[in-house]
Design a protein around this ligand. Structure first.
Ligand code: FES
Length: 126
Protein backbone atom coordinates (compact mmCIF):
# COMPACT_ATOMS: atom_id res chain seq x y z
CA UNK A 1 0.00 0.00 0.00
CA UNK A 2 1.32 3.41 -0.93
CA UNK A 3 2.70 5.70 1.71
CA UNK A 4 3.08 9.41 1.25
CA UNK A 5 5.90 11.64 2.44
CA UNK A 6 4.91 15.19 3.27
CA UNK A 7 7.30 18.02 4.06
CA UNK A 8 5.58 20.25 6.59
CA UNK A 9 8.47 22.67 7.12
CA UNK A 10 6.64 25.39 5.17
CA UNK A 11 3.39 24.97 7.04
CA UNK A 12 2.93 28.13 9.02
CA UNK A 13 1.25 28.30 12.39
CA UNK A 14 -2.52 28.09 12.02
CA UNK A 15 -2.34 26.89 8.44
CA UNK A 16 -3.98 23.72 7.13
CA UNK A 17 -2.98 21.91 3.97
CA UNK A 18 -4.75 19.12 2.19
CA UNK A 19 -2.80 16.27 0.63
CA UNK A 20 -4.12 13.23 -1.15
CA UNK A 21 -3.42 9.77 0.22
CA UNK A 22 -4.95 6.64 -1.28
CA UNK A 23 -7.44 8.79 -3.12
CA UNK A 24 -8.64 10.54 0.03
CA UNK A 25 -7.96 14.04 1.30
CA UNK A 26 -5.85 14.29 4.43
CA UNK A 27 -5.83 17.51 6.43
CA UNK A 28 -2.57 18.52 8.08
CA UNK A 29 -3.12 21.44 10.39
CA UNK A 30 -0.51 23.36 12.29
CA UNK A 31 -2.43 24.21 15.42
CA UNK A 32 -1.98 27.39 17.36
CA UNK A 33 -1.62 27.43 21.13
CA UNK A 34 -5.25 28.54 21.38
CA UNK A 35 -6.44 25.72 19.15
CA UNK A 36 -4.52 23.16 21.19
CA UNK A 37 -5.97 24.61 24.37
CA UNK A 38 -9.50 24.53 22.92
CA UNK A 39 -9.07 20.87 21.97
CA UNK A 40 -7.77 19.99 25.44
CA UNK A 41 -10.39 21.95 27.33
CA UNK A 42 -13.32 19.68 26.56
CA UNK A 43 -15.35 17.51 28.87
CA UNK A 44 -15.12 14.07 27.26
CA UNK A 45 -18.53 13.17 28.67
CA UNK A 46 -20.05 15.74 26.33
CA UNK A 47 -18.56 14.20 23.22
CA UNK A 48 -20.51 11.95 20.90
CA UNK A 49 -17.36 10.00 20.08
CA UNK A 50 -15.26 10.54 23.23
CA UNK A 51 -11.56 10.72 22.46
CA UNK A 52 -8.89 12.63 24.26
CA UNK A 53 -7.15 15.14 21.99
CA UNK A 54 -3.75 13.85 23.06
CA UNK A 55 -4.69 10.37 21.84
CA UNK A 56 -5.33 11.80 18.38
CA UNK A 57 -1.99 13.54 17.84
CA UNK A 58 1.67 12.66 18.02
CA UNK A 59 2.64 16.28 18.53
CA UNK A 60 -0.01 18.66 19.82
CA UNK A 61 0.97 21.31 17.27
CA UNK A 62 0.30 19.03 14.31
CA UNK A 63 -3.10 17.47 13.70
CA UNK A 64 -3.45 14.90 10.91
CA UNK A 65 -6.92 13.64 10.00
CA UNK A 66 -8.69 12.17 7.00
CA UNK A 67 -10.64 15.01 5.43
CA UNK A 68 -13.76 12.95 5.10
CA UNK A 69 -16.96 13.69 6.99
CA UNK A 70 -18.08 10.61 8.86
CA UNK A 71 -21.71 11.24 7.94
CA UNK A 72 -21.79 10.64 4.19
CA UNK A 73 -18.25 11.39 3.12
CA UNK A 74 -18.18 15.04 2.02
CA UNK A 75 -15.01 17.08 2.50
CA UNK A 76 -15.40 19.50 5.43
CA UNK A 77 -14.31 23.13 5.20
CA UNK A 78 -11.27 24.11 7.24
CA UNK A 79 -11.50 26.73 10.02
CA UNK A 80 -15.24 26.86 9.91
CA UNK A 81 -18.17 25.89 12.06
CA UNK A 82 -19.05 26.59 15.65
CA UNK A 83 -15.91 24.99 17.08
CA UNK A 84 -13.22 26.62 14.92
CA UNK A 85 -12.33 23.25 13.43
CA UNK A 86 -14.18 22.14 10.33
CA UNK A 87 -17.67 22.46 8.99
CA UNK A 88 -19.27 20.01 6.60
CA UNK A 89 -21.61 21.96 4.34
CA UNK A 90 -23.45 18.90 3.07
CA UNK A 91 -25.68 18.45 6.11
CA UNK A 92 -24.13 20.70 8.74
CA UNK A 93 -21.66 18.74 10.86
CA UNK A 94 -19.31 20.77 13.06
CA UNK A 95 -15.90 19.41 14.09
CA UNK A 96 -13.56 20.88 16.66
CA UNK A 97 -9.83 21.66 16.49
CA UNK A 98 -9.11 17.99 17.13
CA UNK A 99 -11.39 16.90 14.27
CA UNK A 100 -13.94 15.54 16.72
CA UNK A 101 -17.62 15.67 15.90
CA UNK A 102 -19.42 18.22 18.07
CA UNK A 103 -22.70 18.98 16.34
CA UNK A 104 -24.71 17.79 13.36
CA UNK A 105 -25.46 14.35 11.93
CA UNK A 106 -21.96 12.83 11.66
CA UNK A 107 -21.60 9.93 14.10
CA UNK A 108 -17.84 9.83 14.56
CA UNK A 109 -14.73 11.95 14.75
CA UNK A 110 -12.72 12.43 11.59
CA UNK A 111 -10.36 9.50 11.40
CA UNK A 112 -6.67 9.77 12.18
CA UNK A 113 -4.72 7.89 9.50
CA UNK A 114 -1.59 5.93 10.32
CA UNK A 115 1.41 8.25 10.15
CA UNK A 116 4.77 8.92 11.70
CA UNK A 117 7.36 11.67 11.81
CA UNK A 118 10.34 10.45 9.82
CA UNK A 119 12.12 13.74 10.42
CA UNK A 120 11.35 16.71 12.64
CA UNK A 121 9.27 18.28 9.86
CA UNK A 122 8.54 15.38 7.58
CA UNK A 123 5.59 13.04 7.84
CA UNK A 124 5.06 9.61 6.42
CA UNK A 125 1.38 8.91 6.00
CA UNK A 126 0.43 5.25 5.62
FE1 FES B 1 -21.01 15.78 6.21
FE2 FES B 1 -23.48 14.88 5.82
S1 FES B 1 -21.70 14.38 4.72
S2 FES B 1 -22.80 16.30 7.29
Amino acid sequence: MASLEVDISKLSMGECITVKWRGKPVFIRSRTEDEIAEAADVNLAELRDPENDLDRVQKPETLVVLGVCTHLGCVPINKAGDYNGWFCPCHGSHYDTSGRIRKGPAPLNMEVPPYSFIEEEKLLIG
